[in-house]
Design a protein around this ligand. Structure first.
Ligand SMILES: Cc1cc2nc3c(=O)[nH]c(=O)nc-3n(C[C@H](O)[C@H](O)[C@H](O)COP(=O)(O)OP(=O)(O)OC[C@H]3O[C@@H](n4cnc5c(N)ncnc54)[C@H](O)[C@@H]3O)c2cc1C
Ligand code: FES
Length: 368
């Protein structure tokens, strides 16, 4: 009898919770129904969107792809734009990315601005050249235990026009226990003249949503969605010497740059420093070394910080920076191209400046 009473009370409680949950959903739908909102872009174009999502999302639905390297998490600062009117208050998540002057000049992060009413924005014109591609996995190569090279055939559009060093954004679908689809930035490792294909070099991040999908689920023949090209990491057209510094998957844009420069018959003095822990972190070593036959003055420096006895390593050891003087003949006339983690970029920039490389000649892409 007591059991019946307990069961009855549980049912009543479950009913009340269900009703409350339904009421919350209905109230949310009513309160957050912002209806149609008009976005005025650069004073030249107007689009009407459903309010309630981020500016980044609604623009993407209109095939306007604002760079969003972190996939809209507010952690990369790539989605900067100007919101002249209707953007609401600046969020605390946005403030670290702007100076007070930039904030008063209406700069915002598109992923943090929620569209609730008509908005007036300004975005760089080149954003209109960023396109969405349907692509198919053509080849997957195991470069190391945690780095894969993935080659995609472009299906539609069939061609991509980019500058060596730029990146694309790859969308991973829902898979396994992961119930969200995310986009992540990956530098293009193939050369621009290979218009119908794209190659990416992707390092597996433990528990990482997109990289786990790439490493454990993505198969040859599978179709994917890519947008791009994005970014301003490309070789400046000068005659200065070049020093590249990039370990791990940071090799991706450097590979693309070297292939492109080789095709263009570049005569500049170049050195590439690739830092790794042990021999098992090295990859494409012979290929990188082979660029010495394509340029008049090129040296590839693979450097191991923690070589193991079994590596039988006879090359350079330690950290990369102490080896820079071997390559710098005229620091003031040297450009540096760095790619990797924010920590590595900060440390190498400091080291290069101390050696006399001008700060305005140090270019980088941070895999933040
Ligand atoms: C411009 C740009 C270009 C990039 N190009 C490349 C590239 O060519 N190849 C490549 O492999 N990656 C590249 N990245 C990094 C890439 O965009 C993703 O951040 C990375 O692959 C992790 O994605 P995920 O979804 O697997 O991990 P998430 O699910 O995003 O992250 C899971 C956890 O790992 C942490 N985490 C995220 N990234 C890293 C990391 N790199 N190392 C350690 N911990 C991390 C997060 O803080 C989080 O706690 C680039 C990033 C930028 C901004
Ligand atoms: S998309 Fe990264 S901060 Fe907005």
């Amino acid at each position: 009898m007591n059991y019946q009473k307990i069961l009855y009370e549980i049912l009543i409680l479950a009913g009340i919770s269900g009703l409350l949950a339904t009421l919350i959903v209905v109230a949310k739908a009513i309160l957050q129904n912002y209806g149609d909102c008009e976005i005025d872009i650069n004073g030249k174009r107007k689009v009407t969107v459903k309010g309630g999502s981020s500016l980044l999302t609604v623009l993407a639905e209109e095939n306007i792809f604002v760079p969003s390297a972190c996939g809209g998490r507010g952690s990369c600062g790539a989605c900067k734009c100007k919101v002249i009117d209707g953007g609401g208050p600046v969020l605390p998540t946005e403030k670290p990315y702007f100076t007070p002057a930039e904030l008063s000049d209406n700069n915002r992060l598109a992923c943090q601005v929620k569209v609730k009413n008509n908005i007036k924005i300004e975005i760089p014109e080149e954003i209109f050249n960023i396109r969405k591609f349907k692509a198919k996995v053509a080849k997957v190569e195991e470069f190391t235990y945690d780095i894969k090279g993935v080659t995609f055939d472009l299906i539609s559009p069939r061609e991509i026009d980019f500058q060596a060093g730029q990146y694309v954004q790859l969308r991973s679908p829902k898979y396994g226990k992961i119930r969200e689809s995310v986009t992540r930035a990956y530098s293009i490792s193939s050369k621009p003249s290979l218009e119908n294909q794209l190659q990416l070099i992707i390092r597996k991040v433990p528990e990482g949503i997109c990289t786990t999908w790439v490493h454990d689920f993505l198969k040859v023949g599978q179709e994917v969605e890519i947008t791009g090209p994005y970014g301003d990491f490309f070789i400046r057209d000068t005659q200065a010497d070049i020093i590249f510094v990039a370990g791990g998957s940071g090799k991706a844009p450097i590979k693309s740059m070297l292939e492109d420069l080789a095709e263009k018959g570049c005569q500049r003095k170049m050195s590439y420093f690739f830092g790794a822990r042990t021999a098992k972190d090295l990859y494409l070593t012979d290929y990188m070394d082979s660029f010495k036959d394509k340029f008049p003055d090129f040296t590839y420096y693979p450097i191991l910080s923690h070589p193991e006895a079994t590596d039988n390593w006879e090359g350079k050891t330690g950290f990369v920076m102490p080896h820079f003087p071997d390559a710098l003949r005229d620091p003031k006339n040297t450009e540096a191209y760095l790619c990797g983690s924010p920590g590595m970029i900060a440390a190498v920039t400091k080291g290069l400046k101390e050696l006399g490389v001008p700060e305005d000649k140090i270019y980088y892409d941070s895999f933040a």
